[in-house]
Ligand binder design. Structure first.
Ligand code: NAG
Ligand code: NAG
Ligand code: NAG
Ligand code: NAG
Ligand code: NAG
Ligand code: NAG
Ligand code: NAG
Ligand code: CU
Length: 214
């Protein structure tokens, strides 16, 4: 009886610390896409973005403004991988990993590359834990309907907000992802990976992940 109780608890302990790493390819086969384009993940899971072509970013935005940087309620910016250039013929690729702290808060991302075309307006967006009300399809459709003015500061003639063309309008929708929704390693902590490598050796943001392994 005593032993069966102990063994019965083990799977629960394992589940409490279960943590899955999800891999998202950025620009596979030279396309302006994230693959997959949406994921449903659990709190504590990690998502590793692998930059496979061109010169893309993974940048947090909001459902309301898909192609603009997110600003958190406390004024800090959302997470951003920075530009990750991939030279032709590259065989090792940069990877950027984030840890999801709150699976109940959907998170929205876009590619900031605007040259020679806006990748976001081409539909290069990504969603974590979208909902029926706020779906990936709706998010991507809004991104593709974005005008160039949204991604360029200082050029809009819209003065109704009182602050010209900055990210002021994005703070209003910052509740989509609280500051605690994600923990991330910086772009400089991105690890090198080889094509076809396995997820087990790819984790960046080691400090966060290690905190879960007790
Ligand atoms: C990339 O191309 C390869 C070979 O054609 C194909 O197997 C793979 O599914 C493609 N990947 C994506 C994400 O389209
Ligand atoms: C990547 O794109 C950014 C933004 O367009 C640009 O500033 C940067 O120079 C590019 N990097 C390379 C290596 O071309
Ligand atoms: C783009 O800007 C327009 C006008 O300011 C705004 O109505 C619209 O919501 C913005 N769209 C996105 C996707 O940010
Ligand atoms: C978006 O965020 C990045 C990274 O912090 C920054 O370099 C860029 O200037 C921001 N873009 C806008 C339009 O604010
Ligand atoms: C890489 O190859 C593609 C396809 O051949 C080409 O369009 C692009 O200009 C090349 N990029 C660089 C940086 O050489
Ligand atoms: C997680 O996100 C949901 C939805 O935004 C929010 O209601 C909840 O307070 C958040 N939980 C924590 C612990 O931050
Ligand atoms: C100007 O900005 C306001 C507030 O963001 C928005 O409601 C309005 O639709 C915008 N007008 C135009 C013409 O973009
Ligand atoms: Cu891109």
């Amino acid at each position: 009886m005593r032993f069966s109780t102990v063994f019965a608890l083990l799977p629960l302990i394992g589940a409490a610390f279960a943590q899955t790493n999800h891999v998202v390819q950025v620009g596979p086969n030279g396309t302006l896409t994230y693959s997959p384009s949406e994921l449903t993940v659990a709190s504590g899971d990690t998502v590793s973005f692998q930059f496979l072509s061109k010169n893309h970013t993974v940048t947090q935005s909001t459902f309301a403004s898909p192609c603009s940087n997110m600003t958190n309620a406390d004024g800090t910016p959302g997470v951003d991988s920075g530009f990750q250039f991939v030279a032709n013929g590259t065989t090792t690729f940069q990877q950027w990993t984030i840890t999801i702290n709150n699976a109940s808060a959907p998170m929205w991302f876009y590619c900031r590359q605007a040259t020679p075309v806006s990748h976001c307006q081409k539909g290069m967006v990504f969603a974590l834990n979208p909902t029926a009300q706020k779906s990936f399809a709706a998010f991507q459709a809004a991104a593709m309907a974005t005008t160039a003015a949204n991604t360029t500061t200082g050029t809009t003639s819209n003065t109704t907000t009182g602050s010209t063309g900055t990210t002021g309008s994005t703070t209003a929708s910052g509740t989509d992802a609280s500051p605690s929704a994600v923990t991330t390693g910086s772009a400089s902590s991105a690890s090198h990976i080889k094509a076809g490598g396995t997820a087990g050796v790819l984790l960046a943001g080691v400090a966060v992940v290690a905190g879960l392994v007790l």
